[in-house]
Design a protein around this ligand. Structure first.
Ligand code: SF4
Ligand code: SF4
Length: 309
């Protein structure tokens, strides 16, 4: 077994369901990312604009990086690992109805780092999940984990878009031809969507996509935040307003929120690629009726805890 195979096996044994290797290089979508920032579509997420150039190459995240092991784990695996009181709350996006996936992933990074040291005593590595400036969805595509849908999410043939992504960067050369999860994504997604239009499109990523004018996500978004296939305007997205934004919410957005408290699942749940994914029931307690201390207690250890930081 090659060192790359051993590292991938270790990742799968730790509970990741998807892993694939890609070379560390400028992501194909970097120019599109720059245009997105220039158009102001990042809304108030100023850190994205401030560190925009860092996303040009993962060398910014790990000096000397050569390879990236892209990892994915399904919502079901992380959220099903233990019951959590946050599930009592209504208006919470499905991905947040349980323990914080950052914690789940970081716990496993430690063991993966140990394995990396064992395989490459002179090498360096770094695991990142969300916080480092890296265009991880594009690297996930290049590692064979899935394709980007019109709703801008990574879609895997088996797990749909209900997956958490993480990147494990290494200064060593890992073989990209040992990707065990680089399935025949093209035909699998096509089967899932049951498309009638056989025209093949090419996305900003330069890869083939088969949403094929499905457009369910674009048509069902209550705010028109998916301004065109593959382009999200965070200034209109309810995820942004309920998760990232602090302070007053404009009245035109407020009236679209309904019972949403943390996140919006519409463009996820409408997607036919997710129809075979397990779901976690919605809670019934309106968080807006709870006192701050009660709420803090219920969300402790979940992704909602960030609201109190
Ligand atoms: S999360 Fe909600 S508001 Fe944002 S793009 Fe999807 S459907 Fe639209
Ligand atoms: S809802 Fe349709 S168009 Fe949107 S991502 Fe899913 S398959 Fe693609």
């Amino acid at each position: 077994m090659s060192a790359t195979d051993e590292l991938q096996s270790a990742a799968l044994e730790l509970g990741f369901e998807l892993c694939g290797v890609t070379l560390a290089k400028q992501p194909k979508t970097f120019d599109a990312f720059e245009r997105w920032i220039d158009a102001g579509r990042h809304a108030g997420m100023n850190h994205l604009a401030e560190k925009r150039s860092a996303r040009q190459h993962p060398d910014f995240v790990l000096r000397g990086v050569q390879s990236i092991l892209m990892l994915g784990v399904s919502f079901a695996t992380v959220l099903g690992s233990e019951a959590h009181p946050v599930r009592q709350l209504a208006g919470v996006a499905e991905y947040a109805r349980g323990i914080d996936y950052h914690d789940w992933i970081r716990q496993r990074f430690g063991k993966l780092e140990t394995k990396h040291r064992e395989l490459f005593p002179n090498g360096r590595c770094r695991g990142v999940v969300d916080t480092a400036p890296i265009l991880e969805k594009q690297f996930a595509v290049e590692a064979g984990l899935g394709q980007i849908g019109y709703n801008t999410l990574l879609i895997n043939p088996k797990y749909g878009s209900k997956i958490f992504l993480a990147a494990f960067l290494s200064t060593e050369y890992l073989q990209t031809d040992s990707n065990s999860n680089a399935m025949n994504i093209h035909s699998n997604i096509n089967t899932n969507i049951n498309v009638t239009n056989s025209e093949v499109e090419t996305s900003e990523t330069g890869t083939i996509v088969l949403c094929n004018n499905c457009r369910r996500c674009l048509n069902s978004c209550p705010t028109g935040a998916l301004v065109q296939p593959f382009v999200l305007d965070a200034r209109r997205c309810l995820n942004y307003w309920t998760i990232e934004h602090r302070g007053e919410v404009p009245p035109e957005i407020q009236q679209k929120l309904g019972q949403r408290f943390f996140g919006c699942d519409i463009c996820v749940n409408i997607c036919p690629c997710n129809r075979n994914c397990p779901t976690f029931p919605k809670g019934t307690v309106n968080p807006k009726t709870l006192g701050s201390e009660t709420l803090r207690h219920l969300v402790s250890g979940s992704p909602l805890e960030r609201m109190f930081r």
